[in-house]
Design a protein around this ligand. Structure first.
Ligand SMILES: [Ca+2]
Length: 366
């Protein structure tokens, strides 16, 4: 769910969920209010232009018709949204030519504070994590890694009003972005999904808060992902990704299952190169999409270690840059590694999730 942030991992793209975006970007430490939600107000006071904007009101009418919602309610809701003046520029790509640095990226997400918080989260939710693994096949360390990287287990869920973030990115997306039309359409779809859900649950649509991209709760799900993948995992007949850790855990595992997570399959194997026959360009061409059998991987000079030599599915050579002066890090990524990147389209993100999960697991066993 993230991805637009100016951070080293950012890969392009349209994202399904933008979760991670809020980390470090909003710097929002979650101030819980009396009702348990994050701090109520957006940190940025914007203007309220959309009630008199033809494009916004036309969109409101289309959404109302398409979703069978009350037209005046949709108009009033969009009309109440603030334009957040600082948000559009956060969508712009980072400088071209910057060499990514895996070690720096990793250091942002894996530190003693986050590991200790992960241990507490795992211990507090051990039975639910085990049940999620039974139901969805996704092991606790993956779920723990995701929630830790996304929000430090709920500490940083963002404090932008979701309606403000989504309206701003729907109607004032920066036109200088190389894929402005595509991104604007994406955010309009998220706004539509958000309005539909809020209308159905009869919640006040001006209340929910999240990242500057509209991602919500401990797992930073975008509205469309909440609609498609979130689950009520404690059986209280509602889905709460802000306060209910069972729903959070079940929803993350449900998301991975939906994107093809295979129970029991490692996400990566260590890999070394047989320099004499190495065809690195060939191996890197499909990027993180697993495209090589273990045999064809070895034939091209990339030798997975341990069980990786007998891996039944396809592999990808994953390259993580370490700045301009150090050699890259390489791993063999499986289908499950690819699935992690469906949460946030970045191999650096996926490696951070895996490493944090392993660090927390190791700390649990001490
Ligand atoms: Ca629930």
């Amino acid at each position: 769910m993230r991805f637009f942030l100016p951070k080293p991992s950012r890969t392009a793209a349209a994202v399904v969920l933008l979760a991670a975006c809020c980390l470090g970007s909003s710097g929002a430490s979650a101030q819980k209010s009396a009702n348990g939600r994050n701090g109520a107000a957006s940190p940025v006071r914007g203007t309220i232009p959309y009630a008199t904007r033809d494009d916004a009101m036309q969109f409101a009418d289309e959404v109302a018709a398409r979703r069978g919602l009350d037209r005046e309610w949709v108009r009033a809701t969009i009309g109440s949204a603030r334009l957040l003046p600082n948000v559009p520029r956060l969508m712009l790509p980072g400088p071209v030519g910057t060499v990514k640095n895996w070690q720096t990226y990793r250091g942002r997400f894996i530190d003693p504070v986050r590991i200790a918080a992960g241990v507490r989260f795992w211990r507090d939710n051990a039975a639910t994590l085990a049940r999620a693994e039974q139901v969805y096949g996704v092991p606790p360390e993956i779920v723990v890694g995701i929630i830790g990287v996304e929000t430090i287990y709920g500490r940083n869920m963002g404090n932008f009003r979701v309606i403000d973030a989504l309206a701003t990115l729907s109607f004032d997306f920066p036109q200088g972005h190389p894929r402005a039309a595509e991104r604007e359409a994406f955010f309009r779809g998220e706004l539509e999904s958000f309005l539909s859900t809020e209308s159905r649950t009869a919640e006040d649509p001006l209340v929910p808060v999240g990242s500057y991209a509209g991602a919500m709760g401990m797992p930073q799900f975008m509205p469309s992902s909440i609609a498609k993948y979130a689950v009520d995992f404690d059986g209280d007949s509602r889905i709460d990704l802000v306060n209910n850790t069972a729903d959070v855990i079940g929803s993350v595992a449900s998301y991975f299952k939906a994107f093809g997570w295979k129970a029991g399959m490692p996400a990566t194997y260590p890999v070394h190169f047989d320099e004499a026959r190495l065809q690195k360009a060939l191996l890197l061409a499909p990027d993180i999409l697993p495209s090589f059998s273990a045999d064809s991987f070895v034939a091209a000079g990339a030798v997975p270690e341990g069980e990786g030599l007998r891996h039944k599915g396809l592999l990808a050579l994953v390259e993580l840059q370490n700045g301009a002066d150090a050699p890259p890090t390489y791993v063999a990524g499986t289908r499950n590694f690819y699935v992690i990147t469906r949460y946030n389209w970045s191999s650096y993100y996926a490696m951070s999730v895996l490493d944090l999960g392993q660090e927390v697991k190791a700390a649990m066993e001490q």
